[in-house]
Design a protein. Structure first.
Length: 278
């Protein structure tokens, strides 16, 4: 079964979303044939195969959506397809969307697909996860007020994800990111965040977005050596959970590593200056 990973940014103002899919959002196998090579109707495996190379051509995301919608025309109650579609719309928002209007449209689409899945299978942790990921992204796109307004529902949905699956890697990561980016007056807490993020990374060290959030947490706490160890692990990963997302997240890992080294240099300079003055 495919592992998942997506950092979707977790809310720029309150929390970032680029997180990360649930196992049920992915297909158990991948067909070696594409729809154009046979006369058979497109399958979810075909859609997944195309989605697996979106880093080479973002247009593959559109093809993935079209194929998945074809699957759903034949089988509207296919929860796996609905959850997968929600995940793909989320990726579309962070990879392809170029305007606020487009972002709102795609995150609404992703939220609606997950909501349908929840209506059919309320016990699907992945459906609840992608619902809240799209919801949070939608709130961030609409602005700070909407993000604050949606915060109680975001909390409830994340709690639901972890009640349904306490080891949900992406649910743990998004919860940790929420505690990381929320101001303390709204419940933000670096130490609680670190616990959730380390738990997520321990369950699947190859989910690059969870590692990025953990590195960001450690950076905020000035635990620079630990943060660099996490980032180097991402950059040197030879078995990422989902390669296209890792390609995207690797860019953030490089940038964060550079920032940390600059901050470390600044801290060293301050210590040297203080030592000179003494």
């Amino acid at each position: 079964m495919r592992n998942k990973n997506y950092l979707l940014p977790l809310l720029a103002v309150l929390f970032l979303v680029r997180l990360i899919p649930g196992e049920n959002a992915y297909c158990k196998s991948v067909s070696v044939n594409t729809p154009g090579e046979t006369n058979a109707a497109p399958t979810l495996e075909n859609a997944w195969e195309i989605f697996g190379v979106y880093h080479e051509d973002p247009g593959k995301i559109d093809e993935t959506i079209a194929l998945t919608e074809e699957v759903l025309k034949r089988d509207p109650g296919n929860v796996t397809a609905l959850v997968f579609l929600s995940r793909v719309w989320l990726t579309y928002g962070y990879v392809k969307a170029r305007s606020k209007e487009e972002l709102i449209r795609v995150f609404e689409n992703g939220k609606n697909a997950a909501e349908k899945a929840i209506g059919i299978e309320p016990g699907s942790a992945d459906a609840h996860f992608f619902y809240v990921a799209n919801l949070a992204s939608l709130g961030d796109t609409k602005g700070l007020f909407n993000s604050l307004f949606m915060l109680p529902e975001v909390r409830r949905e994340l709690e639901t994800v972890l009640e349904l699956d306490p080891d949900h890697v992406n649910g743990l990561a998004m919860t940790g990111a929420l505690y990381l980016y929320l101001p303390s007056v709204l419940g933000g807490d670096l130490h609680i965040s670190e616990v959730y993020l380390k738990r997520s990374v321990s369950l699947d060290p190859h989910v690059s977005s969870a590692g990025l959030y953990l590195a960001a947490n450690l950076k905020r706490q000035k635990k620079y050596d630990e943060a660099l160890e996490v980032l180097n692990g991402i950059l040197n990963d030879r078995n990422p959970s989902f390669y296209p997302d890792w390609v995207e997240n690797r860019k953030y890992a490089y940038m964060m590593r550079k920032q940390i080294k600059q901050e470390m240099g600044g801290e060293t300079a301050k210590k040297d200056e203080a030592s000179t003055l003494n």
